[in-house]
Design a protein around this ligand. Sequence first.
Ligand code: GDP
Ligand code: IMO
Ligand code: MG
Length: 430
Amino acid sequence: MKKNIVILGTQWGDEGKGKIVDFLSSNSSYVVRYHGGNNAGHTLVVNKKKIILHLIPSGLLYPNVIGIISNGVVISPFELIKEIKMLEENGYFINKRLYISPSAPLILPYHIQMDLAREKKLGNYLLGTTGRGIGPAYEDKIARRSLQIGDLKNKKELSRKLEIIVDYYNSQLVSFYKCKPIDYKNILKDLLEITDFIYDMIQDTTNILHQAIKDKKRIIFEGAQGSLLDIDHGTYPYVTSSNSTIGGVMTGTGLGPKNLDYILGVTKAYSTRVGQGPFPTELFNDVDHYLSTTGQEFGSTTGRKRRTGWLDGVALRYAVKINSLSALCITKLDVLDNLKEIKICTSYKNINSLENYNNFSNVNLNNIIPIYEVYPGWMKKTSGIKNIEDLPQEARNYIHHIEKIAKIPVDIISTGPDRLDTILVKKLFF
Ligand code: GDP
Ligand code: IMO
Ligand code: MG
């Protein structure tokens, strides 16, 4: 019986984490977002209705689930409220069952302005961020100058701290980036207007989670982004500014590794990436066109076209290793239905030498060519299949190849965007 489960992405994000968190939440008490911010876009489809969440944990569509946004998340309070209201409009009432850590740093308008100004200044060398102020907000945290959600509870201090930090940002925005200055009084006014709305949600989330563990409640930890976007272990500098790999759960919540029972790596049956940065298996041909149209590969947060490529087995093994993954969930298998042949990259070859590589972390990704294994496609419809026995033999073989390459089992397969389009290969806790 798996008690506490981490669900995280093994690629560059958008693996379908939100769908799987939602699917597994029916049997859980708590769902926790522990890092990142509203750069995430997690898509849930229930009864043909699509809901995209950026900050709110994906399990909250179930009325009994309690949501936690813990200390590791950077929070735009204005976007948070927009999202709560969007859920209410869709019939989901969550504000009495959402708790937010007082230590979570705030994302405020100057972070967003700085993010955008920096990208503009970088010109062709831009990172392709989501423009949500994520990098600057995490910089403030590390530099020990963040305003935190808990600061909303002390109006006088909030005003004092805000004036100082806006002054600091204006000095750069105006003189270096040639932007208009920001008036801290406008931000203060907007913050004071929303404080009452979130006041009671601000709770000691570390304590709540430790109590939940004592009470033997099941907790799901919902990763954002993907392992290869991790600030320490990803394709730096083309990464996000938080730890999307397993360590982020501990630092981002105040729980320890012994509190985690099962770590599920969500992996798309092929690869995608939004924004700049190396992508060894990237495709620029008709297969790219096929994957992006059939897979609807457009960003859930920014609407940008996602770059597409074959599954990268070298990168996948790396993600298995650095996250201590227990098992994989393969999503979007149905997207491959009409391909005559399907490839997986199993090693890299250096373009300047005969050397073959079997690792990801120490290779200059701009200097390699991927080596592929080629498998026959199944050319049959798999979308909506719910039992492993109903998958075509070639599709089951493809899953076995992934298991062999990753050296861990595939416990879940997703065959469509809907919550119910899911194959549970192994009984987890249902
Ligand atoms: P996340 O950020 O990891 O939660 O993933 P996103 O929601 O950004 O992107 C995944 C996209 O694929 C969404 O549009 C989902 O509705 C969709 N999706 C998830 N699983 C499947 C699947 O098995 N098949 C298909 N066709 N679409 C899926
Ligand atoms: P989910 O949770 C895909 C990418 C951006 C950019 C880089 C840095 O939906 O999987 P940032 O705004 O974080 O400073 O941007 O990271 N990125 C994502 N790509 N899915 C995401 O989240 C992402 N969050 C950030 O495109 O390349
Ligand atoms: Mg996404």
